[in-house]
Design a protein around this ligand. Structure first.
Ligand SMILES: [Zn+2]
Length: 468
């Protein structure tokens, strides 16, 4: 069945008339029958409630047909104007005619095994809807005790449990043969080479591969998703690398846009997370967090030395483990608001007890207030103050980029973020101006970034000029 996914092109498919000749020889055409007259005298009325019931029965989040109109859109259209649909369907039924465009289907040509690809008869034509219909029958196959069949799209998985290895193997073989027989009687073939068997336990007596990929999730025998973590971390790291070129510290996109771009990395990491979130072990989380941190640093325009905790808070992107737990909670039926509140409270607890990023914690102690502030987008310069990592003498001195750790303006050492921002006399004029705008007398490190919003900045909210 995996042959559907094969990228091998049909020989000569791009030559004019080749596709038509295959399709025409597979589908014989018949002259249209004269049914219009016979049905024309009967008026069949489709009721509004029938239309509404039909719309309700359509499932959400299904791939649309060739018209690209999703079921969600169709439902919305029916609920806003059911009478239009009622008229169209009543007329179709009465006249026995349906628009030709409704009969269009996505055709898949499945090559038959071992047949010359040049012959039209070497292909089995399957319309995708027909494919689904055909496929449903597979669930009616009899299964031995403790065996279950799971199928999605064209991937089938047989899940079986047994205490005794050879019983397991025997039954598995039996199920495989039953599926194969079913496929053959329905004119389909299983691709034996693609068959994978994995034993999801520490049992060594079964011939099995160490892991199995199902719907892009790598299942390993201990079910701790180590291999899966490696795979998604590598994929996410590749995305993070590409995205970092789009997000230079200076003159790059604004923070809102950066956060949007970074969702590529987050969603790659969190693929199928409700399945693995509870099984993931510390090593897995560390690996994912390392990749995630890179995108948090880019969103926050931070120096690469900034700790993970501080980068998460400044960028406003929660740690990956908390995001995975949130997704799992929603998957298990918790409301989105509840799950988010839970995430923020867990995050706050982690932030309060973390040994790193304490300077940032002094400035941004309350995560919830910081996230909900609605003004003051973080920029390259602002994040230097917020993280303490930047053009400050002790920082540059620490990395041997500057000989002394004293302030170039007043000579005081150490000239760190706290000193430069709150105390150095060289910036006193700028500081007084800021006090005036905020309507306060004094500014302390514990002022809580995100608490004050100057009147002038309500509209131009993100222009925090640190140079004075
Ligand atoms: Zn100074």
């Amino acid at each position: 069945m995996k042959r559907l996914r094969s990228n091998k092109p049909i020989p000569g498919i791009d030559q004019p008339g080749r596709l038509e000749s295959i399709v025409n020889s597979l589908f014989s055409t018949m002259p249209p029958r004269q049914t219009t007259l016979m049905l024309g005298i009967v008026e069949i009325l489709v009721t509004k409630s029938e239309i509404e019931a039909a719309a309700r029965s359509m499932c959400n989040r299904k791939a649309p047909g060739p018209d690209c109109i999703s079921n969600e859109l169709l439902k919305a259209a029916v609920s806003s104007n059911p009478n239009a649909f009622k008229r169209i369907f009543s007329r179709c039924m009465s006249e026995g005619r349906f628009p030709a465009i409704w009969k269009r289907r996505k055709l898949v040509l499945v090559p038959k095994l071992g047949r010359p690809l040049e012959n039209p008869s070497s292909y089995r034509p399957i319309c995708l809807d027909l494919w689904n219909l055909l496929y449903d029958g597979i669930f009616k196959i009899d299964m031995p005790l403790d065996f279950e069949l799971i199928a999605f799209s064209d991937d089938i998985v047989v899940v079986g449990t047994s205490q005794i290895p050879f019983v397991l193997e025997e039954r598995l073989e039996e199920v495989y043969n039953r599926i194969n027989r079913w496929m053959v009687t329905h004119g389909l073939e299983l691709v034996t080479e693609k068959k994978q068997v994995a034993c999801l336990h520490q049992q060594k007596n079964v011939a099995a591969t160490p892991s199995l990929k199902y719907l892009s999730v790598q299942l390993d025998k201990k079910l701790n998703f180590v291999e899966h973590t490696d795979l998604v971390s590598n994929r996410a790291a590749a995305a993070a690398k590409q995205l970092s070129f789009l997000m230079p510290n200076l003159r790059g996109p604004r923070q809102r846009c950066r956060r949007l771009l970074s969702t590529v990395v987050t969603s790659r990491l969190l693929y199928a997370s409700p399945i693995w979130a509870d099984c993931m072990q510390a090593g897995g989380w560390t690996k994912m967090a390392a990749v995630h941190r890179r995108s948090q640093l880019r969103v926050a325009c931070c120096y690469s030395t900034v700790s993970h905790g501080a980068a998460a808070v400044i960028s406003g992107i929660p740690p990956i483990q908390l995001l995975a737990n949130e997704k799992r909670d929603i998957f298990e039926g918790r409301s989105k608001i509840d799950a988010r509140n839970n995430l923020v409270s867990d995050w706050q607890q982690q932030w309060d007890t973390s040994p790193n990023g304490r300077w940032t914690h002094l400035l941004i102690g309350d995560i919830s207030r910081w996230l909900l502030r609605g003004f003051g987008e973080v920029t390259f310069h602002l994040s230097q103050i917020l993280s303490g990592h930047g053009c400050f003498s002790p920082y540059l001195h620490r990395f041997n980029l500057q000989e002394k750790n004293a302030c170039a303006q007043c000579g005081f050492a150490p000239d760190d973020a706290e000193y430069a921002f709150f105390r150095c006399d060289a910036w006193e004029n700028w500081r007084r101006q800021t006090y005036g705008e905020l309507g306060i007398d004094k500014l302390n490190p514990g002022w809580q970034a995100g608490s004050f919003q100057p009147e002038r900045q309500r509209k131009e909210s993100d222009k925090v000029n640190l140079k004075g």
